[in-house]
Design a protein around this ligand. Structure first.
Ligand SMILES: Nc1nc2c(ncn2[C@@H]2O[C@H](COP(=O)(O)OP(=O)(O)OP(=O)(O)O)[C@@H](O)[C@H]2O)c(=O)[nH]1
Ligand SMILES: [Mg+2]
Length: 328
C-alpha cells in the first residue's frame, strides 16, 4: 500500500480532513463508519474525535435537516429539486437517504420510487443510501455518526427517512430542523397530528402541487389542524417537484428561518446525548439499559456530563457507568 493510500485510510486523518472542509474525505469516512466490526468501531471513534465540538472549537456549521414522510410522498423527488436549488445558491449538500427496503422481504417498497438526482461531477453534493435501523424509519447508529462526521464539511446535511407518526422522533433527535412531507389526499399525517400521536414538525411540506385542487385541500386541512393545535406559526409549504418545480424557494426560506430561530448549542448537545444512548442500546440492548437504571436515569446521567464530550466519549461513560452499576 502506498503512503498516500495508507494516509487516506487513516481515520484520524479522514476526520481532520473533514474538519478542514475537505469533502473529498467524505466517502472514505462513511466507509469507516459503516464498518461495524470491533476494529471499525475503534476507527470510527478516532474519526469522530477529530470532528468533536472540542476539536472544532464549537458546534459544526452545517444545517442538519430531516426530511421525513410516508412512502411515496415525494421526498426524494423534492430533494432532487431542493439540492439543485441549494447548489445554485452556492451551498454544499450531503444527503443520507435511509433505505427501509433492505428491512423488507419483498424488496422495493414502491415500483415508482424516485432516486435523488444530481450531477455526479459536482463535488459539492454527496448522496448516500444507508440501511434503516430496527424500526421502520429508525435511525441506525451509522446514520447518526455519519451526520456528525459530515457536519463540519458541508453547508447542509440532510437525512431522508420514511416514516409516519412516531417514527419521526429518531430523525428529530439528530437534526436541527425536521420537515414532514405529505402528499395530497393522504389522511394519515393529518390524523396523527390531530390525535397528538405525532409531534408538530418544524416545517410541513405538501407535495405534488401540480395536482391542483387535492393539493390545495391538503394544505388547507393541515393549516386548520395546526390552528386547532395552537401551532399556527408552523409553516406549511406547497411544492411541486416535477418540471417546472414550484415552491422550492419558499421551502428554502422556511428551513433557513427555522435554523435561525433555534438554540443551536442546546439542540446539538441533546442530539449527541441521545445518539450516545442509541449507540449504547444498539451494542448492549435492554440489559445494558437496565444496568443504567432505565432510560430516565441514563438520560439524567448523560445530562450530568461535560457538554463538550463527543458521542463516542459519552458512550464510553455510559459503558463505565453500566459496569459500575452492574457490580462488574
Ligand atoms: N405529479 C407529481 N408527482 C410527483 C411529485 N413528486 C413526486 N412525484 C411522484 O411520486 C412518486 C413517489 O416519489 P418519490 O420521490 O420516490 O417519493 P418518496 O417519498 O421519496 O418515496 P419513498 O422513498 O419510497 O418513501 C414518484 O412516482 C414521483 O414521480 C410532484 O411534485 N408531482
Ligand atoms: Mg425516497
Amino acid at each position: 500500500m502506498s503512503a498516500a493510500r495508507a494516509a487516506a485510510g487513516d481515520p484520524a486523518e479522514l476526520g481532520r480532513r473533514l474538519r478542514e472542509c475537505d469533502r473529498g474525505a467524505a466517502p472514505a469516512a462513511l466507509n469507516v463508519i459503516e464498518d461495524r466490526s470491533a476494529r471499525g468501531r475503534e476507527r470510527t471513534r478516532k474519526l469522530l474525535a477529530e470532528v468533536s465540538p472540542a476539536a472544532l472549537g464549537g458546534e459544526a456549521g452545517a444545517h442538519l435537516v430531516g426530511v421525513t414522510g410516508p412512502p411515496g410522498a415525494g421526498k426524494s423527488s423534492l430533494l432532487s429539486a431542493l439540492v439543485g436549488r441549494w447548489r445554485e445558491l452556492g451551498r454544499t449538500v450531503a444527503v443520507l437517504a435511509v433505505d427501509p427496503t433492505s428491512r423488507r422481504s419483498g424488496g422495493s417498497l414502491l415500483g415508482d420510487r424516485a432516486r435523488i438526482e444530481h450531477d455526479p461531477r459536482d463535488d459539492g453534493v454527496l448522496i448516500r443510501s444507508t440501511a434503516a435501523g430496527t424500526r421502520m424509519g429508525g435511525l441506525a447508529p451509522p446514520t447518526r455518526e455519519a451526520v456528525q462526521a459530515l457536519a463540519p464539511a458541508f453547508d447542509l446535511v440532510v437525512v431522508e427517512t420514511v416514516g409516519v407518526g412516531q417514527s419521526e422522533t429518531d430523525v428529530e433527535e439528530v437534526t436541527d430542523t425536521v420537515a414532514v412531507v405529505v402528499q395530497p389526499a393522504s389522511g394519515d399525517t393529518l390524523q396523527f397530528l390531530k390525535a397528538g400521536i405525532m409531534e408538530v414538525p418544524d416545517v410541513l411540506v405538501v407535495t405534488k402541487a401540480d395536482l391542483g385542487e387535492p393539493a390545495l385541500r391538503a394544505r388547507r386541512d393541515l393549516e386548520s389542524a395546526l390552528r386547532a393545535l395552537g401551532s399556527r406559526d408552523t409553516p406549511v409549504v406547497s411544492v411541486s417537484s416535477v418540471p417546472p418545480p414550484s415552491g422550492i424557494d419558499d421551502l428554502v426560506e422556511a428551513l433557513d428561518a427555522h435554523r435561525a430561530a433555534i438554540d443551536l448549542p442546546a439542540t446539538r448537545l441533546r442530539a449527541r446525548r441521545l445518539t450516545a444512548l442509541a449507540d449504547f442500546l444498539a451494542e448492549r440492548g435492554e440489559a445494558g439499559l437496565r444496568a443504567l437504571g432505565g432510560r430516565r436515569e441514563a438520560e439524567r446521567f448523560l445530562d450530568s456530563l461535560h457538554p463538550a464530550l463527543d458521542a463516542a466519549a459519552l458512550v464510553g461513560a455510559l459503558e463505565e457507568r453500566a459496569s459500575e452499576e452492574g457490580g462488574g
